[in-house]
Design a protein around this ligand. Structure first.
Ligand code: G6P
Length: 635
């Protein structure tokens, strides 16, 4: 989940690396570093390697580069999210071999690093960091020594071969980039189960762990496949599989990155992204819910009939906010479309999946398309189903993602692109709404195909969805103002309880997650009926309770649960329509009176805006909260 950028070309590498890293900072911002190589002597063909690293955010590395300079047209850069070793300068990448002439940046986790480190230490290698990565430059240097001892001269070929051989020794998921001062015209990159893309620029080749880092320089990309190693020189790209066989593939074009990353006039990306939701909802409606489709097929999704046929159950795998979207999805798929559906933490499913059931659709939900646990859970499920042999148990998979060029799109045969546009704020907002809408579309389609709902019910939901963009627009403006004033009462708050039931229980979880992520206030989301079985012990006047109470089967029940909280002196904030139960609440965050099915699309807005303003009042780093990263590519 760190970010990697690398370049080889004809202009100075350092500014390019810094620009690329800026676009990747959402992947981690504990420390950053870069290494560049400049020809020092044409005669010897050696280069001189500069390595600069700084703790904290990228601005610190920028200052260091300004002060000390990093000459050369070949370079690698890294922005870190600490896994092994504290976020200190000594653990920042690049890491080097004992000579200091070979530098490596890595994203991922080397699971057998302890074993490899001991082996290298027994050979006399000294380690300077606490990271798992530092074994890699030493292992590559050891391989290179062997080749040189056999009489080979330094060359890109021996470097790429050394990296390939070392890849075979490494366990875990990783992407890495390597430079060596003896081969100043060679950049070697490799990946296994962590994303890495090569970019073909004008007069230069680049490599990065995610598209935003490349988009400013080129639109032509070559995603690397699992296990591949590549040699990039000023003359071209040589791609090899893990056995050393040369691979040939054509590059593809990047689309849809036009709105990459300006805050416009907003103070934070998160606020901008909250405000983008009506526009993104409108795009979804225009694309998938055009008027005139038959009730038997109410949604324009890019799937054949056979995709929907014979599905008897659904399982949803996801992490974080995406799992909350999956929970709303499960409610819709079960209660509206009548298909038994289960939701799993992908990280749990990987190691404790339920017994196989036939005719099951597995849906992976991941906005980034790169979350390691979600990808691994999907891959594991696919493997065990393939090995079963009975066609009823064959894998049937769908990915719901915001990044149709990401790893999930290469792993899973069917993809629903939520089309929310790049989300920069670490706390997901517009992509959550996009994921919810993807599930509304699926629920409508399954309900109409299975006739679990009448034509009228399906038409009503479709029309309600068509009205959503305009309703969201005014709701966001109103709640932005309301949340500014309400957030004042949270200046000393340390604990908050969020309550919801039924289809709004996941929204209570999402409200609590948003608040924790960006304000560092402890928050719990609970199904309202469960409060009396434990969390009620926490309640007193300093613990606000935010209760989502929308009309539907559990409306009165939620109000009773809210009263129980009020009786314990808790400050009670209602997320409910005007005019239904004002007297119950100390403060009201009003949402439109819509059908129960539709309510999560509205109740989530006050959750996002209240969390945002509470964190803003505290002066926190909302777009890059401490310890978090937007894309979690390690297990
Ligand atoms: C991280 C992010 C969350 C996100 C989760 C899953 O924890 O900080 O905002 O919900 O990963 O990410 P995904 O890309 O799979 O949706």
């Amino acid at each position: 989940m760190c970010g990697i950028v690398a370049v080889i070309g004809s202009r100075d590498a350092a500014p390019l690396l810094l620009e690329g890293l800026k676009q990747l900072e959402y992947r981690g911002y504990d420390s950053a570093g870069l290494a560049t190589i400049e020809f020092s002597s044409q005669a010897s063909n050696n280069g001189s390697l500069t390595c600069l690293r700084a703790g904290g955010k990228l601005v610190n590395l920028n200052s260091l580069v300004d002060r000390d300079g990093a000459p050369g047209q070949l370079g690698i850069g890294h922005t870190r999210w600490a896994t092994h070793g504290k976020p200190e300068e000594k653990n920042a990448h690049p890491h080097r071999d004992s000579s200091g002439g070979l530098a490596v940046v890595q994203n991922g986790i080397i699971e057998n690093h302890r074993y490899l480190r001991k082996e290298l230490e027994s050979e006399g290698v000294s380690f300077l960091s606490d990271t798992d990565t530092e074994v890699i430059p030493h292992l590559i240097a050891r391989q290179l020594q062997l080749s040189l001892a056999e009489g080979m001269s330094p060359s890109g070929s021996i470097l790429v071969e050394a990296v390939r051989k070392v890849s075979l020794e490494l366990k875990g998921a990783y992407a890495l980039a390597v430079i060596w001062d003896k081969t100043p015209e060679s950049l070697v990159v490799a990946r296994r189960q962590a994303p890495l893309l090569i970019g073909l620029g004008e007069g230069e080749f680049l490599c990065a762990s995610d598209t935003p880092a490349l988009a400013g320089f080129t639109r032509t990309i070559l995603p690397m496949e699992d296990g591949e190693v590549a040699l990039l020189t000023p003359l071209g790209i040589e791609l090899y599989d893990i056995r050393g066989e040369r691979q040939q593939r054509s590059p593809s074009l990047l689309n849809g990155l036009e709105d990459v990353v300006t805050k416009r006039n907003f103070r934070h990306f998160m606020l901008k992204e909250i405000y983008e939701q009506p526009e993104k909802a409108k795009l979804w409606v225009d694309r998938h819910l055009p008027y005139g489709l038959p009730a038997s097929s109410p949604i324009a999704y890019p799937f054949e009939n056979s995709f929907y046929e014979g599905i008897e159950r659904i399982q949803i795998l996801a992490c974080g906010t995406s799992r909350h979207a999956g929970m709303v999805g499960a409610y819709l798929l079960e209660q509206f479309a009548g298909i038994p559906t289960s939701v799993f933490y992908a990280s749990e499913f990987r190691y404790s999946a339920p017994p196989l059931a036939p005719n099951t659709l597995t849906i992976g939900v991941t906005q980034s398309g790169e979350t390691a646990d979600t990808l691994a859970a999907l891959a594991m499920e696919s493997r065990r189903r393939k090995s079963h042999g009975n066609p009823a148990f064959a894998p049937r998979q769908l990915g719901i993602t915001n990044r149709s060029e990401s790893s999930i799109a290469r792993q899973v045969p069917n993809i629903l692109d939520i089309g929310s546009g790049i989300e920069v704020g670490v706390a997901a907002t517009k992509t959550f709404l996009g994921q919810l809408l993807a599930f509304y579309g699926l629920a409508l389609t399954f309900a109409s195909r299975r006739k679990s709902r009448s034509v009228e019910e399906i038409t009503t939901m479709a029309n309600e969805l068509r009205n959503l963009p305009s309703q969201l627009f005014s709701l966001i403006e109103k709640h932005d103002q309301l949340s500014i004033s309400l957030s004042q009462m949270f200046s000393e708050t340390q604990n908050v309880i969020f309550l919801g039931r039924g289809i709004n229980y996941p929204i209570a979880l999402e409200g609590a997650l948003k608040l924790k992520e960006i304000s560092y206030i402890h928050a719990e989301g609970y199904p309202a009926g469960e409060m009396k079985h434990g969390p009620i012990a926490l309640l007193e006047k300093r613990v606000p309770v935010i209760s989502i109470a929308t009309p539907g089967v559990v409306f009165e029940k939620v109000l009773s649960n809210a009263q129980e909280a009020k009786a314990r002196d808790a400050k009670l904030i209602g997320v409910a329509p005007n005019g239904l139960a004002e007297e119950v609440f100390d403060a009201l965050l009003p949402i439109p009176e819509v059908s129960e099915w539709m309510s999560p699309l509205f109740s989530v807005i006050p959750m996002q805006l209240l969390s945002y303003h509470i964190a803003a009042n505290r002066g926190l780093d909302i777009d890059q909260p401490r310890n978090l990263a937007k894309s979690v590519t390690v297990e």
